[in-house]
Design a protein around this ligand. Structure first.
Ligand SMILES: C[S@@+](CC[C@H](N)C(=O)[O-])C[C@H]1O[C@@H](n2cnc3c(N)ncnc32)[C@H](O)[C@@H]1O
Length: 438
């Protein structure tokens, strides 16, 4: 055991960092300014990784986590920190990533808080163990943690946990084990928007025993819901298997978001915090300019529909065919006629747009965009580039390329707390053309 380590700063996952023998020590659940005793877990060339044993001097920013699984589950990692301090840490994380991966220090805005710190997630996928119980795999150890309630998930989603546990138990349905290849259920995916629920059971069998017993239990929730089985007989845990079959109720959840009539499907990407999504979409709209706008990584096209109302022409590029079909239907539902939805890879489709583009919006997955895509964006020479990111390390790497040669300058960098109690951050960056560059 190492005694009396002083925490000097936070790491990129919100863990405490101390210094020992000219190396950094990463200590999850330790707070800045605390003095702690730790157990060394890993001794790497350039860093140690340690387990927190005892807090000797407690930070005033420490709080008691409300979740009983918090130190086991690994789904959240900042619940032991007061919310105001979480926001400050997240700002530091973005700043540090910009400095480390993009090589600049920029005065970014304070993180915009979420309205809710708990129960904000409208979408969660649960794994299922060999006893048929719902839970999560712990990030570091991959141990399964059975949970009865997730404090991040919408309350209706939480009510489903017991329902599935009892249905699986009564019917001897078990989670799929990758090693033994035994068991049936890979995931229970739950989306809840406007108190309507869409359930996708990812399973190695298309027919589950006594499925009507599940519906009887779900009916007690007294809400509208739909159930899909996604057949997945391969050795992975992907939601989109070989066949998707609606076995009960709603096929989609119909909603109205940001004055756009839309729907959520079993396979749809959802921005998981409705309040923050709304703020971000509106901030994007405020910054969009020009007649021709390109929405890269457009998903099911809700932002695209909003953009279409503000501009003359929008091109939306999205790789998932089902998401493109949804986008086309959502556009039709809203009488929007000035959008071309291009289905395929941004890398191949962006260069095919021949019109002069005024503004490009980019909202890639966590891995960010490729160098080729970023160079193509610069070649298109838009007046503005609006980058929405859910991973500030790849954002920083990509900004370094976009800001190369000074064609563009930063108008602002705004982080939002889309994911309270976790170290994940959503960040919006608006870049504008430098006037002296054409
Ligand atoms: C973070 S989501 C953004 C969705 C949308 N902008 C929204 O607000 O709902 C990223 C989207 O990029 C799509 N995608 C991932 N890789 C892609 C690629 N290479 N080309 C086009 N779309 C891609 C995904 O299918 C997903 O819908």
């Amino acid at each position: 055991m190492i005694k009396n380590l002083q925490i000097v700063r936070y790491g990129i996952n919100g863990e405490g960092i101390a210094l020992l023998d000219n190396k950094v020590v990463f200590i999850p659940f330790a707070l800045k300014d605390e003095i702690v005793d730790v157990e060394m877990v890993k001794n790497n060339k350039s860093y140690f990784y340690a387990k927190l044993n005892n807090v000797i001097t407690k930070s005033q920013n420490r709080t008691e986590p409300i979740c009983p699984y918090y130190y086991l589950c690994g789904g959240c990692n900042l619940q032991h920190i007061k919310y105001d301090e979480q926001l400050k840490i997240k700002k530091e994380i973005v700043k540090n990533n910009l400095s480390k991966f993009a090589g600049f220090n920029y005065d970014i805005n304070d993180v915009i808080a979420s309205d809710k710190q708990f129960y904000y997630r409208n979408h969660i996928s649960f794994h299922v163990n060999e006893k048929g119980q719902l839970g999560f795999f712990q990030q570091r150890t991959n141990d399964f943690v059975v949970i009865k309630k997730c404090f991040l998930a919408d309350e209706t989603i939480n009510k489903c946990i017991d329902i599935f546990n009892s249905y699986f138990f009564d019917n001897q349905i078990y989670g799929f084990n990758k090693q033994t290849k035994k068991g049936t259920i890979k995931l229970v995916d739950l989306k809840c928007v406007d108190k309507k629920l869409l359930i996708t059971i990812v399973s190695t069998e298309i027919n589950l025993p006594n499925i009507e017993h599940l519906f009887v239990r779900l009916n007690l929730l007294k809400i509208k819901y739909g159930v899909y089985i996604s057949l997945n007989t391969s050795n992975n845990f992907l939601i989109y298997g070989e066949k998707l079959k609606n076995i009960y109720g709603l096929k989609q959840i119909e909603i109205c978001e940001e004055n756009v009539k839309s729907f959520v499907s079993s396979y749809s990407f959802l921005q998981i915090n409705n309040y923050i999504k709304s703020l971000i979409y509106n901030d994007i709209l405020k910054n969009v300019e020009g007649n021709i706008v390109v929405d890269l990584y457009s998903g099911r096209g809700v932002l695209t529909s909003m953009l279409a109302k503000r501009t003359k022409k929008v091109y939306a590029i999205e790789i998932v065919q089902d998401a493109c079909n949804d986008a086309k239907n959502i556009l039709k539902l809203n009488n929007v006629n000035n959008v071309s939805v291009l289905c395929g890879d941004v890398q191949t489709l962006l260069p095919t747009i021949k019109e002069k583009i005024d503004c490009i919006i980019i909202d890639p997955p966590r891995k960010g965009a490729s160098t080729d895509i970023l160079i193509n964006i610069i070649k298109k020479n838009p007046t503005k580039i609006i980058y929405l990111s859910c991973a500030s390390n790849t954002l920083a790497r990509d900004l370094k390329i976009l800001l190369n040669e000074n064609y563009y300058k930063i108008k602002f960098i705004q982080p939002y707390d889309m994911f309270p109690n976790t170290s994940n951050i959503e960040t919006l960056v608006v870049l504008e053309k430098n006037e002296n560059k054409n």
